[in-house]
Design a protein around this ligand. Structure first.
Ligand code: ADP
Ligand code: MG
Length: 401
């Protein structure tokens, strides 16, 4: 795989596929980690006299412009971080993009509007995706892939565009792949994996592969309820993936057979409804219950204090930790304790610690932890999971071709 050092970028139009999919509240960026993560690549290209065209998706618009998913606030923040103005194109391949790119001088940078405002970006139809990639290719001479958080997507800007231009990997992708190699080759043991979050079906797959690699697997977040149910417990109104129950049962059996310690919560923090995350209103009916006594109608929203203690013990002697997915609805202070406890346990251990996942990384920062104290905070949750599952990542394969 080529790196940016292998490209002659001076005076060239360089398309940088970044992942600037940051959490927004209105047009305020609540966590700018992904912008800071790609800034060194852009800065290096600008330094070498490139005309840099940055592109990204944001959220899940439906293939047409949708103002709530505009990258305009990101252009402002990117400019602050780079210390240079970022010209913003109000479309992706239209008149504004063409004019903005044409006006770029050497060492200048523009950000295009959200790639997903175009149906071709995410289309399953190769021809439709290819046609959009053709239009993107007209804007640039070279391609740099640095949107690690999107490399598991077979999207036009990730997969089809690099096939149309001389290409290389950016600094962020180089770094992320280096870390993932440390989790798959010659892992320092005990190797402990902590999984949580809400995208249960996305994450169940990785367990399959980890059952042959990790020494311990700790399950929190929304996923825990599928495992509790698999063990025969009632889970009230908690997040549950019915169709995954047999899979969960099979994993529990295989873990026991393989000598992998599979740790499932023993208690959970519940409420009768989803908390008001926006206003952080107090939760009147907050309660902690044992995992085998979740009342009907109760919604499990965090691991409980006994589980937090148990997880901390299971992490104490780890030499390698991979953590993906918050332990609870950390966006509300009533349900942030489990996530905070796991983050603290990572810091208290001597392990090489990797935190993956957009929300997990944001949680660490929003809860006030010093991100530099972690071994690595990945910008890609789905991407790092799929890598650990042993899948081919389309955006990496395209850069290697
Ligand atoms: P990541 O982005 O780190 O991969 P996910 O996107 O899978 O993580 O999940 C993050 C979300 O999971 C957070 O918004 C959090 O509120 C939610 N979550 C965690 N635990 C629960 C739970 N018990 N019930 C519902 N949602 C949960
Ligand atoms: Mg997420």
């Amino acid at each position: 795989m080529k790196t940016i050092d292998d490209l002659e970028v001076a005076g060239q139009r360089v398309f940088v596929r970044a992942d600037l999919n940051v959490p927004l509240s209105g047009d305020t960026i609540t966590d700018d980690g992904r912008i800071r993560a790609v800034a060194p690549t852009i800065a290096a290209l600008l330094e070498r006299g490139a005309k840099v065209i940055v592109a990204s998706h944001l959220g899940r618009p439906k293939g047409e412009p949708d103002p709530q998913y505009s990258l305009a606030p990101v252009a402002v923040r990117l400019g602050e971080i780079l210390g240079t103005p970022v010209a913003f194109a109000t479309d992706t391949v239209g008149d504004s993009a063409k004019a903005t790119v044409a006006a770029l001088g050497d060492g200048e940078v523009t950000l295009l509007e959200n790639l997903r405002f175009n149906a071709g970006e995410t289309s399953k139809d190769e021809a439709e995706r290819g046609a959009f990639a053709d239009r993107l290719a007209e804007l640039a001479d070279l391609y740099v892939g640095d949107g690690f958080g999107a490399v598991h997507r077979k999207h036009a800007s990730v997969f089809d565009l690099p096939a149309r231009l001389p290409h290389a990997a950016g600094l962020l992708i180089e770094k992320e792949l280096g870390v993932l190699k440390r989790l798959t080759e010659d892992v320092a043991r005990p190797y402990v994996v902590v999984l949580g979050g809400s995208k249960v079906s996305d994450k169940v797959g990785v367990i399959d592969n980890l059952l042959g690699k990790a020494d311990r697997i700790l399950i929190g977040g929304g996923m825990m309820f599928t495992f509790l149910k698999a063990q025969g417990h009632e889970v009230g109104a908690s997040l549950l993936q019915e169709d995954q129950i047999p899979v969960a049962q099979e994993y529990l059996a295989r873990a026991a057979a393989n000598g992998v310690e599979f740790v499932i919560p023993v208690d959970t923090a519940v409420s009768g409804g989803f908390p008001d995350v926006k206003n952080r209103a107090p939760v009147e009916d907050f309660a902690v219950v044992d995992a085998d006594a979740i009342p009907a109608g109760a919604l499990g929203l965090d691991i409980g204090p006994k589980t937090a203690q148990l997880f901390a013990e299971k992490l104490a002697d780890a030499r390698t930790v991979f953590w993906n997915g918050p332990m609870g609805v950390f966006e509300h202070p009533a349900f942030a304790d489990g996530t905070r406890a796991v983050a603290q346990a990572l810091l208290d251990s001597e392990a090489f610690t990797v935190v993956g996942g957009g929300d997990s990384a944001a949680a660490v920062r929003i809860l006030g932890f010093d991100e530099t104290k972690f071994g690595h905070i990945s910008t890609g949750g789905g991407a790092s999971l799929e890598y650990l599952e042993g899948k081919t990542l389309p955006g990496i394969a395209a850069l290697e071709a």
